[in-house]
Design a protein around this ligand. Sequence first.
Ligand code: GTP
Length: 317
Amino acid sequence: MSSASRRKVLLMGKSGSGKTSMRSVIFSNYTAKDTRRLGATIDVEQSAVRLLGSLVLNLWDCGGQDAFLDNYLSAQRDTVFSNVAVLIYVFDITSTEWEKDLHYFEDNVTALRENSSEAGVWVLINKMDLVDKDDPKRVKYADYCEQVRALNARVSADEPAAGSLRCFPTSIWDESLYKAWSSVIHTLIPNIDLITTHLNFMRDLLGAAECVVFEAETFLAMAKSGSPIDCDPSELEDVEVARGVPHLDRQRFEKISEIVKSFRKTCQRTGEVFTGFETAFDGLCVVLEPMSKNTYILVVSVDPRVREYPPFDSSSH
Ligand code: GTP
């Protein structure tokens, strides 16, 4: 394995914000409920995750207790913040110490820019399930993002090559977690543009509405035909309608990730092997099949002939 395919991902944020929970749900098949038994992370827990066969993520889950945070910023500064591809910084929306949390974030981004100026920064504002729609904290999400963006812009002002900052609201209890992590991981895939080109070719060849690639273990959406996986879905809708594609659910990728992962867990419990599915609704035919050892492909078709194919044999799936 060449070193070029190893990417260091820092997972940081205050203690209890949900870093290890996220990692465990995405990479270790934990359910949200399972994470209740996780203990606090002591210092840095490193793990290597292989994706798509040739991409290795070196995940540094940095325990968030104050003493550890201070140590990362002093004695361990160069070790922790050098050669970073992505910093994922997790905030807890229910925190009562926002100013202090923001201050820690600033210190971390400053250390990051000194040691890994080009790294991308993903800010996940977590535990959104604990605030309902009318709660001022949910309304505050946009305001928090603005503050984080402004702070990052100030800290990174002297770094013209500084990577971008993306903000996502997340919860380990719903599909929002998959959207955020899919956005992170797809930027680390070296040949993502080529994969998108191939998906466009495949979509046109099949006369399909959409082709999407999922990573087989995590079931994160990696790439889709037409546009980057993390672009704003509202920007695409006019283009899609012009191509004869009906309005598709904006959260479809992360919902599929979550549904397939929990269904696969059920299959494991009952001794079945999950290999894919096929379904038809609202004039669409949707097929999910293994594409390679490390990927699944989802094809969404609006071609009525596709629905005339022999019915799917669910007994073998
Ligand atoms: P340190 O290891 O001390 O840095 O903490 P951490 O950031 O890794 O937090 P951890 O993942 O251990 O989560 C702390 C608690 O928060 C656990 O009981 C999780 O179940 C809970 N938790 C994590 N994410 C969420 C979430 O999105 N919603 C809710 N309601 N609880 C969450």
